[in-house]
Structures are given as C-alpha cells and as structure tokens.
Design a protein around this ligand. Structure first.
Ligand SMILES: NC(=O)c1ccc[n+]([C@@H]2O[C@H](COP(=O)([O-])OP(=O)(O)OC[C@H]3O[C@@H](n4cnc5c(N)ncnc54)[C@H](OP(=O)(O)O)[C@@H]3O)[C@@H](O)[C@H]2O)c1
Length: 246
C-alpha cells in the first residue's frame, strides 16, 4: 500500500520504549519523519514538532509534564484516556507485542481526537502516514470504545486459553492444539466479520442439541472445573445469539 509522505522536516520524539513505542518509532521513521526514540524514562527529550507518549495510561500525566516544554504538539496513544494532558490522541486499533514490522499499521483503524481542529488534523495525518484509517472518538466515549477493543482482543484470549486448557485435559499438547484450533478461530472471526455473530454461530447450541452441551459441561466439570463458570456464562450468551437468529 502506498502511504502519504510525511510533511517535510517534521520532527517527532516518541517517549516510552515498550510494546508499542518501538514499532511506532520504526513505522514513523519508515514513513519519512525525523524520529527520535523510543526514549526511556531518564533520556532527555529533544525539542520536537510532535512528541508522542507511548507510556502506560497512569503515566501519561507525569510524562506529559516532562515533555510539554519540548513539544510543539503533544499526543498520546491510549484508547481509553481523554485529552486532559495532551493535545491529541492516536490509538492504533491493533495489538502489539513489540516485534512487529513497520507495515503492521497498514489498513488498520486508528481512533483519533484533538483539543483543536489543528491537533485533530495532525493526528489524522499521522494515522494516514502510517497507512491506517483515522476515525474520531470523543472523550465521552473513549472508555466504552476501548472496552470494545479489549473484549475483541485481550478478553478473547481468556476464551482461547480456556479452550487450550480443556484440550490439554483431553490429552492434546498445548502447542499442537493451538496450531489445530487456529484455523477454526480464524474462520469464526471471518464469519463474524462478514455475517455478524448470530448468523456465524454454529455447533450444538445453534442446533438446539442441549444433550451434547450437557456432555461437554460434564467433561469440563470433571477435568477443568475452574472453567465451569466461564463455560456456563458463554453457553448462555450463545443461547441468546441462537434465539436472536430465529
Ligand atoms: N500494546 C498494545 O497492543 C497497544 C495497542 C494500542 C495502544 N497502546 C497504548 O500504548 C501505550 C503503551 O502501551 P504498551 O503496551 O506499549 O505498554 P508497555 O509495553 O508497558 O510499555 C510502556 C513503556 O513506557 C515506559 N514508561 C513508563 N512510564 C514512563 C515515563 N514516565 N517516561 C518514559 N517512559 C515511561 C515503560 O518503561 P519502564 O518499563 O521502565 O516502566 C515502558 O517501556 C498505552 O497508552 C496503550 O494504551 C498499546
């Protein structure tokens, strides 16, 4: 994908050398910006047109206080945090563990906000330079928006880990079951994305086969009892989806 080139000579400093800070620095550099970073806690922040904070949400206020005098515009990358301490926000709607290639931003969404039109425009330009699609989310809705992102990624992992535990209890190795389940997970997500959850639902609950669900529940109860409350809650959710489809 061709991305727009960076405004000539724009200098950026990225503060925070964690999971997102490193890959964002590489990607912004790749997009043509003059980027310093990712800067660690004690490193001096050079005077820059834009300073982007890639620190945990609870550290944004402290890091902003240090960076503010060095920044033309100050931004953060948090999905849930408002603009009390920054001029703009750009939240890439993706999960980063740190080793990703710079093109990881291509084609993803990026929630943006700005204290002024200029600041919001800067956030949008940064998103576009990374190859992402900017979309606005205002302060009042950020926590709800971020809860949606966490449900789709962080909390989904709890379900996948439960599947792995149940399979291990059934005698299949962890690494083997992750490889075996991945195509099933991929197709499920693809069906959800194109058809919505109630149409994508298959399996015993969609078929009204409660006898099979009881046998699954008995197995969980005997082999991985700690998973039972999660299983019951998710099964109830699936019954509601099945009803919604009829
Ligand atoms: N990871 C993701 O998937 C993801 C996705 C979208 C948005 N984000 C956003 O990115 C931000 C950072 O998340 P992350 O996952 O990259 O966190 P992380 O891996 O925990 O990294 C945070 C980094 O910030 C550093 N730091 C903490 N306080 C600092 C300060 N006052 N000054 C300078 N550096 C400081 C930490 O250094 P120490 O280790 O020395 O404390 C650490 O290197 C958050 O706002 C998060 O919402 C993350």
């Amino acid at each position: 994908m061709k991305t727009p080139s960076a405004p000539l000579g724009t200098t950026i400093a990225v503060i925070g050398a964690g999971r997102l800070g490193g890959v964002l620095t590489r990607a912004l550099r790749g997009a043509g910006f003059a980027v310093t970073g990712p800067l660690h806690r004690e490193e001096e922040v050079p005077a820059s047109d834009i300073v982007i904070l890639c620190v945990p949400d609870a550290e944004i206020a402290a890091a902003a206080a240090v960076a503010r005098p060095r920044a033309g515009l100050l931004g953060h990358v948090s999905g849930a945090t408002g603009l009390d301490d920054a001029d703009f926000s750009i939240h890439p709607l993706q999960t980063f563990t740190g080793g990703e290639a710079p093109d990881v931003f291509h084609g993803i969404g990026a929630a943006i906000a700005g204290c002024t039109e200029d600041a919001e425009r800067t956030a949008a330009q940064l998103a576009e330079a990374l190859g992402a699609h900017p979309f606005p989310v205002d302060d009042a809705h950020r926590a709800g928006y971020h809860a949606a992102a966490s449900l789709a990624s962080n909390l989904l992992l709890v379900v996948l880990d439960a599947a792995e535990q149940a399979a291990v209890a059934a005698g299949i190795r962890s690494d083997e079951i992750r490889e075996l389940l991945a195509p099933l997970v991929d197709r499920t997500v693809e069906n959800w994305a194109t058809q919505g959850a109630s149409r994508a639902l298959t399996g015993p609950i969609a078929r009204g086969d409660e006898q099979t669900v009881r046998r699954q529940r008995d197995a969980i109860s005997q082999q991985t009892p700690a998973l039972l409350p999660l299983f019951d809650q998710l099964a109830d959710g699936a019954r509601a989806l099945a009803r919604a489809h009829h």
